[in-house]
Design a protein around this ligand. Structure first.
Ligand code: NAG
Ligand code: NAG
Ligand code: NAG
Ligand code: NAG
Ligand code: CU
Length: 243
């Protein structure tokens, strides 16, 4: 019995570690709150864990771009940016993903969608946060309200620069895959520069990449998503079986 309980706890831990967290980028017209949102908009994640952004909002053409609390709809200096990923109406699968690994969980990570068409998404409230304070001045509620307040000012944010790494989070690969009619624009490319040092040493020159945005629409990869989904399902089944 004790052995079985230990096994069951172990399998739970394995599943939790493997899943990390997922945030959907954009929604559908039928979703409460409309298409301009991240779901969930906030999440807490420890250092080393990975947030998988899933570009499943259809139709949609969204980015995941790091900002600051003070300027919710503007790319932070050195902030990450996924580039624009367009999902045609009616798409039901094969959604591209982008995996950001948390490199510093001691500070909030604010992000927004930089798309301006047909109207700015950020000032419509398409913003999110990781490890954001539950109380005080810098709450998600205040961040979102500040983003929406910018709508009245009529100043459009500059287009973001594609970047795999930001402050407190970094990706090692560009978003993808782009299959079928799904397209990417100004997608970051190349290897991620070393994440911005938050303390201690930082080595490496960190040459920036992705300064030449180009439309990207490359081959298949849907197969690998399906395969990893199958593996996830298997491991979930395995975990449940162990119980
Ligand atoms: C997605 O949005 C970007 C930025 O507005 C734009 O350049 C690109 O053409 C859009 N993609 C599609 C397929 O409409
Ligand atoms: C998430 O982290 C923030 C910052 O550490 C904290 O204030 C908040 O209570 C946490 N939220 C949850 C649901 O744990
Ligand atoms: C709007 O712009 C005005 C003038 O530039 C500025 O004083 C004000 O703080 C801005 N409001 C917001 C919400 O950014
Ligand atoms: C993100 O991580 C998931 C799970 O490991 C993987 O299936 C997917 O291919 C990754 N996406 C990218 C763009 O690397
Ligand atoms: Cu958007």
């Amino acid at each position: 019995m004790r052995f079985a309980a230990a096994l069951s706890a172990l399998s739970f831990a394995a599943i939790a570690a493997a899943q990390d967290a997922t945030i959907q980028v954009g929604a559908t017209a039928a979703t409460a709150g409309g298409i301009f949102q991240f779901m969930p908009p906030t999440i807490n994640a420890t250092k080393g864990s990975t947030i998988t952004f899933v570009f499943s909002g259809a139709p949609g053409n969204h980015t995941v771009t790091q900002s600051t609390f003070a300027s919710p709809c503007q790319q932070a200096p050195g902030g990450f940016d996924s580039g624009y990923i367009q999902i045609p109406a009616g798409t039901t699968g094969g959604f591209p993903t982008w995996n950001l690994t948390i490199t510093d969980d001691t500070k909030p990570i604010w992000f927004f969608c930089a798309q301006l068409a047909p109207a700015p998404h950020c000032t419509a409230g398409m913003v999110g946060g990781i490890n954001v304070p539950a109380s005080g001045a810098n709450t998600f509620t205040n961040f979102k309200a500040a983003a929406i307040a910018l709508a009245a000012n009529n100043t459009l944010p500059s287009p973001p620069a594609p970047a795999l790494s930001g402050a407190g989070a970094a990706a090692t690969a560009a978003p993808g895959p782009f299959s079928g009619a799904i397209t990417g624009f100004a997608i970051p490319s190349g290897t991620a520069p070393p994440p911005a040092a938050t303390s201690g040493t930082s080595s490496g020159s960190g040459s920036g990449t992705g300064s030449t945005p180009a439309p990207t629409n490359t081959g298949s990869g849907a197969v690998s998503i399906a395969a990893s989904g199958f593996v996830a399902m298997l491991s979930a089944l395995f975990g449940i079986t162990l119980m």
